[in-house]
Write a protein that binds this ligand. Sequence first.
Ligand code: NI
Length: 208
Amino acid sequence: MSRRRLRLGLTLLAACCAFGDIAEAHDPLAKTSAPSTVAAAPAQPGVPSIPGFGGPFRLTDHTGVSRTEADFHGKLMLVIFGFTNCPDVCPVELMGIAEALDSLGAMVAAVTPVFITVDPHHDTPERMAAFVGQFHPAIIGLTGGTREIADVIRKYRVHVMLAAGDDPSRTGHSSFMYLMGRDGGFISLIMPGATPEEIAARIAKYAQ
Ligand code: NI
């Protein structure tokens, strides 16, 4: 299933996350890069976060509870943006994150994966629950009002192109993954198309 979905994802790149070089970077074929392992990642405790990126938000999680960024302080936060109608690229990314989380063992407790919608009009908490629940129980889905989502998109410099017609699956968005530190500050950028091994190694690097 995994491989078939990855191939399907390739054929649908033009429909989702279609941002030229970013869409290319989304290419799962990039998985041919040298494998890294969680065990080999050098720990970098206490690395200072980079100010001025990310920041406060007040959104609603997939269980309907109001959440702010402060709720996630004390752990690393892996932030990604997408939308539940994304035909395949967002699901492929989330499958990769789920695989990375499963490979972390006990270290998984050090990180909260957060999936923030770029399409709050369609993505109700109920839709978000059904979507993130397909991938990993640790993933928190966040949605909110149009203004709140626009604010968090601006703070993370996400590029979004909402679908003009009736087909919400044609919404495009950049899909970097942002690793935030225990104080909520930005510490590391993970490229679209990173392998589960690369994602896990990056988390492990800052989790100790
Ligand atoms: Ni997508």
